[in-house]
Design a protein around this ligand. Structure first.
Ligand code: G
Ligand code: G
Ligand code: MN
Ligand code: NA
Length: 250
């Protein structure tokens, strides 16, 4: 495929853009921030799935350039949002391995003027699995800057507990595969409850991803989940859209 070649041209041609999905306080129903999600509209092929182009960008090394663009674009957009809405940016393991990564975060903050406390970086367990010196340094450097670090897709990696032991995360995000099944699968429900308890014990807020059903929302609130994200509250949209009415008040 020529997709790898097209991708290198795509940034300059403004074919990439960000979509923003609301993250909502489970207790109050207020929007606390948005997750930035990269999108690519290919001129001939239309929308390309992020699963495909992120993987391709990682394989070709283009992820560094794309990742820098995502960071600066997300920070610029967030700068225009009402205080204190934050933006959460996904970061690939490949980016974390680069010694320049913390610098690109600092540059994005400086260029956009976004206060550091309004930026969150989402990392996956796979990024921390190697626990390489470079990744440890990067995380410590970001934390020292005051950037919040969320552990994304929690529960789907291989070293969850060791990762929690080593790093002081600012947030855990329960993977949507658990949320998806929690209403009809007692083991999934037990896992969700255990992760919420773990967050409580570690004093780390927990966000549930992929919330699509009102029943999931009600159960998550009852179990003390901190924040909710999912199609029930809002889909990723080009214009960051505040969730104005919590469905449980509707
Ligand atoms: O938006 P969607 O759910 O289709 O995203 C699919 C995957 O792509 C998710 O795992 C998401 O984290 C990842 N993704 C989306 N945007 C970015 C990005 O800007 N950087 C990285 N590294 N991953 C992203
Ligand atoms: O890996 P990560 O958690 O960053 O993936 C985020 C992806 O999840 C986004 O691409 C987004 O489109 C998708 N997503 C967000 N909310 C929901 C949801 O309620 N259901 C499903 N199926 N996907 C969702
Ligand atoms: Mn994410
Ligand atoms: Na996830």
């Amino acid at each position: 495929e020529h997709l790898a070649r097209d991708m290198r041209e795509a940034l300059g041609r403004n074919e990439f853009y960000l979509a923003f999905q609301a993250q909502v306080d489970a207790r109050t129903g207020e929007t606390t921030g948005f997750e930035a999600l990269a999108r690519w509209h290919h001129p001939e092929q239309g929308p390309i799935s992020p699963e495909i182009f992120i993987g391709l960008a990682e394989a070709t090394g283009f992820i560094h350039e794309l990742g820098r663009w995502v960071l600066i674009e997300a920070c610029r957009k967030a700068k225009a949002w009402p205080w204190p809405l934050r933006v959460a940016v996904n970061v690939s393991p490949v980016q974390l391995e680069s010694p320049d990564f913390p610098l690109s975060v600092e540059a994005a903050l400086a260029e956009s003027g976004l206060p550091v406390e309004r930026l969150e970086i989402e990392v996956t367990e796979s990024a921390l699995l190697g626990n390489t010196e470079q990744v440890v340094l990067a995380i410590d450097r970001l934390k020292a800057l005051g950037v919040a670090i969320a552990l994304d897709d929690f529960g789907t990696g291989w070293s969850s507990l060791a990762t929690l032991q080593r790093f002081r995360f600012d947030r855990l995000k329960i993977d949507r595969t658990f949320v998806e099944r929690m209403e009809y699968d007692t083991r999934s429900l037990a896992i969700v409850r255990a992760v919420l308890n773990l967050g409580y014990a570690l004093d780390v807020p927990v966000t549930a991803e992929g919330v699509e059903q009102l029943g999931q929302l009600v159960a998550l609130r009852q179990m003390g989940c901190t924040e909710i994200q999912g199609f029930l509250l809002g889909r990723p949209e080009v214009e960051a859209t505040l969730v104005t009415m919590a469905p449980w008040n509707a």
